[in-house]
Design a protein around this ligand. Structure first.
Ligand SMILES: Cc1cc2nc3c(=O)[nH]c(=O)nc-3n(C[C@H](O)[C@H](O)[C@H](O)COP(=O)(O)OP(=O)(O)OC[C@H]3O[C@@H](n4cnc5c(N)ncnc54)[C@H](O)[C@@H]3O)c2cc1C
Length: 384
């Protein structure tokens, strides 16, 4: 079969593309191929309300069956794309099937990095999928101690959730402060204090030497200096790689993601959106790959518009949020580690504040803690 639009990846980026196509009046045939067997679901709750048990799994689903039916799209779930021939406009699936396309949208997201040699070790988890979340939660319910290796956004969120579930939690990272790469030193210090105040052992500037095990199950984490931190469960949140290995022989330009022009086009009739995509900023500069939900939605809506012929320029301010304990942090723009960061509203102690990050006298980022209105106002003032 040849679909007018074939989408690879059945999550927020892929689904939003299709919804925006239909909303824009697109009447052609649409197929979505998704490696997971679940209907499209949202990932942000997996480290928060679904992991904690506050939400049942099904609340993470993005749409009801009725809503999906109304899109008139064929889902091929539990199937993985394994090859792309751009000249022939064809995609090969893992069951040998070959699908043709008029336009192709790649929305395959990320694959978590894992520690070498830990693949079959019981008690060691990554958190990317609903199945990961269910498995990890089941283990946390009977565990006492959790060690999280990697204090980025995801590691910090899991630490907060597990701590609130009553576990003894240790957060380890080589960086000087949590979320160093995303928010730099000033916010990182505030986060470190937030987690420490909640009883998390925050061990920054610490490398790990390996995992300890007994009879195929993890028992602890070895750290620099020879100490061992006992662990019933270990979660590694050490970054992810774009799920683009299947495109290696496709001729598409790949460099930390699928390289696209400023309209999301990777080749003739081929687009990429969301975590797997790296769009150009203007005609020359390749932008950074953004790993956040808002970016996936915005790029998907834009690509659907490009397919249906709606022409407008793409300019979005990067945005992500994270929930940890009673703090909702919202970040607009970028917070480079060498930026000058200054408080413009509230106080750090009250956990209600807005800060701006400046480089060369220009505001490049805005961050708010529990300050939805004020941070939005600052974003509009400084970042447009
Ligand atoms: C636990 C967790 C918490 C998060 N929390 C936040 C948050 O608080 N705020 C925020 O802004 N962002 C958050 N994010 C990030 C956000 O969820 C992602 O940016 C978003 O899911 C990206 O959407 P996507 O459609 O590009 O990719 P994904 O959601 O990763 O979907 C890609 C889909 O493609 C499938 N796939 C991969 N390869 C193939 C293939 N070869 N063939 C077929 N299918 C394939 C995958 O199985 C997957 O279902 C979080 C992510 C995680 C994992």
């Amino acid at each position: 079969m040849t679909a007018d639009v074939l989408v690879i990846g059945g999550s927020v980026g892929g689904l939003t593309t299709v919804e925006a196509l239909r909303a824009g009046g697109f009447r052609g045939t649409v197929q979505i191929v998704g490696a997971e067997t679940h209907l499209p679901y949202d990932r942000p709750p997996l480290s928060k309300k679904v992991l904690s048990g506050a939400w049942e799994q099904k609340r993470a689903h993005l749409r009801s069956q009725v809503q999906l039916d109304s899109l008139d799209v064929e889902f091929l779930l539990g199937r993985r794309a394994v090859g792309l021939d751009v000249d022939a406009h064809g995609v090969v699936l893992d069951d040998g099937r070959r699908l043709g396309y008029g336009r192709l949208v790649l929305a395959t997201g990320l694959t978590p990095r894992t520690l070498p040699g830990t693949g079959s070790l019981r008690g060691v988890w990554s958190l990317r999928t609903l199945d990961d979340c269910a498995g990890l939660r089941a283990e946390l319910l009977s565990a006492r101690s959790l060690v999280i290796v990697g204090a980025g956004v995801l590691g910090c969120e899991i630490a907060a959730t597990a701590r609130q579930m009553g576990l003894d939690v240790t957060l380890i990272d080589m960086s000087p402060v949590p979320m160093w790469r995303q928010t730099g030193p000033v916010i990182g210090r505030a986060l470190s204090e937030l987690h420490s105040a909640q009883g998390v052992r925050v061990r920054m500037g610490t490398g790990i030497t390996g995992l300890l095990q007994e009879r195929g199950r993890v028992t602890g984490v070895g750290v620099d200096g020879g100490a061992v931190i006992p662990a019933d469960v270990v979660v590694t949140t050490i970054g992810s790689v774009p799920a683009a290995a299947w495109l290696n022989d496709s001729g598409l330009a790949l460099d930390d993601g699928v390289l696209c022009d400023e309209r999301g086009r990777a080749a003739t009739d081929v687009y990429a959106v969301g975590d797997v995509a790296r769009w150009s900023e203007g005609r020359i500069r390749v932008g950074p790959r953004l790993e956040n939900r808002t970016n996936a939605v915005q790029q998907a809506v834009f690509v659907a518009g490009d397919i249906t012929g709606a022409r407008h320029d793409y300019r979005q301010v990067p945005y992500f949020w994270t929930d940890q304990y009673d703090v909702r942090m919202q970040v607009f723009g970028l917070l480079p580690e060498d930026a000058d960061v200054r408080l413009i509203d509230g106080t750090v102690e009250s956990r209600r504040f807005v800060m701006v990050a400046e480089q060369d006298g220009q505001v490049v980022g805005v961050v708010g803690w529990n300050s939805a209105k004020a941070v939005m106002a600052a974003k509009n003032t400084f970042l447009g």
